[in-house]
Design a protein around this ligand. Structure first.
Ligand SMILES: *[C@@H]1O[C@H](CO)[C@@H](O)[C@H](O)[C@H]1NC(C)=O
Ligand SMILES: *[C@@H]1O[C@H](CO)[C@@H](O)[C@H](O)[C@H]1NC(C)=O
Ligand SMILES: *[C@@H]1O[C@H](CO)[C@@H](O)[C@H](O)[C@H]1NC(C)=O
Ligand SMILES: *[C@@H]1O[C@H](CO)[C@@H](O)[C@H](O)[C@H]1NC(C)=O
Length: 298
């Protein structure tokens, strides 16, 4: 409860701050159908914050909930039979500070299943690595069963916040089982070192990895490059009012002109003050992962 109270105070303070945002020069807006996919994925990522989801998004069904109590990692596997999609959505956390604070920046060698080809320089954030490794065996097994039972279904990964970083890392494993995998992350903090970013760009080239950011969301501005981290491609930056015209495809890699061109003042940034702010808790116009909104947050 203490965390919620602190966060609540911060939201009220930060809501009063206006940030000037300019569209990135030269970067194109996206089309309506891609935007509607972003919106659909936001619904799944938001739904993964709930332990019980009686009305899953888009008339989908919940195949299974995953929960490892040791690492406090949760995910929900959805199946949309109309669209023939199998969607694994990773839950975020209101305790993001535990993951992005200066005390939690340790990079560890990547040892997740099937990722040996990343090479010996490949390093990822320790907490995200533990989280994925604690659920990977069960998630791979259930997804394989589902794809066998429903051949031709499109495997998709999504998640918001910490769930976005786990989504990124899980994709590095899952794409080796499901080569047509597509991943959509929302408000992802930097997850690994430059070798990791290059690896993701190699195994999940555009258009297989969408890294969506919103206005001045402070979380994608952590963990800092100066700590040895780097974002992978491809960032899609949403400005407001929400919609395809105000959503831009950014330059490959860790683009300075999109979300990074703003200052994401918020909760959790210990030294440089970027962190959770209102922009982090709304994507494609949908409230997500906000501890003040009981329906959408954890
Ligand atoms: C699925 O989501 C899209 C995008 O938000 C929406 O337009 C559509 O009506 C939804 N379909 C169903 C069956 O819920
Ligand atoms: C929802 O999905 C079920 C099967 O899962 C299908 O029978 C039903 O027609 C769908 N409804 C809509 C509105 O798409
Ligand atoms: C949960 O995670 C812990 C730590 O990674 C692991 O030892 C344990 O086997 C996991 N539990 C299950 C059911 O996979
Ligand atoms: C944002 O981008 C500018 C350059 O456009 C850069 O100088 C600054 O360090 C970036 N901010 C963060 C938090 O990375």
């Amino acid at each position: 409860m203490h965390t919620y109270a602190t966060a609540a105070l911060g939201f009220f303070l930060l809501n009063g701050i206006t940030v000037a945002l300019e569209a990135p020069a030269g970067d194109p807006s996206i089309d309506a159908s891609l935007y509607s996919t972003f919106r659909r994925m936001t619904k799944y990522a938001a739904a993964s914050y709930a332990s019980d989801c009686p009305i899953p998004p888009n008339n989908s069904t919940v195949v299974q909930y995953f929960d490892n109590a040791t690492t406090d990692t949760q995910a929900t596997l959805f199946r949309d039979d109309a669209r023939e999609e199998l969607i694994i959505a990773f839950r975020g956390t209101s305790n993001l500070k535990d993951f992005t604070s200066d005390a939690a920046q340790t990079l560890v060698p990547l040892t997740a299943v099937k990722t040996e080809d990343c090479g010996s320089n490949c390093r990822v954030q320790e907490g995200v690595h533990k989280a994925w490794n604690s659920v990977s065996t069960s998630i791979v097994a259930v997804m394989q069963d589902q794809i066998s039972a429903h051949p031709g279904y499109h495997p998709i990964v999504t998640g918001h916040s910490l769930g976005a970083s786990i989504a990124s890392l899980s994709s590095a494993s899952l794409v080796h089982y499901f080569p047509d995998l597509t991943t959509y992350t929302l408000g992802q903090f930097r997850t690994g070192n430059p070798a990791y970013a290059a690896y993701i760009d190699r195994i999940l080239p555009f258009p297989n990895m969408y890294r969506i950011t919103h206005t001045n969301d402070g979380i994608p501005q952590t963990i800092h490059k100066s700590s040895g981290y780097l974002h992978h491609s491809t960032e899609f930056w949403e400005l407001e009012p929400f919609g395809p015209k105000n959503t831009y495809k950014c330059q490959p890699g860790d683009d300075d002109e999109c979300n990074q061109s703003t200052f994401g003042l918020g909760i959790g940034g210990v030294v440089t003050l970027e962190g959770i702010n209102p922009a982090h808790t709304c994507y494609t116009g949908i409230p997500i992962g906000n501890p003040l909104d009981g329906g959408a947050g954890a």
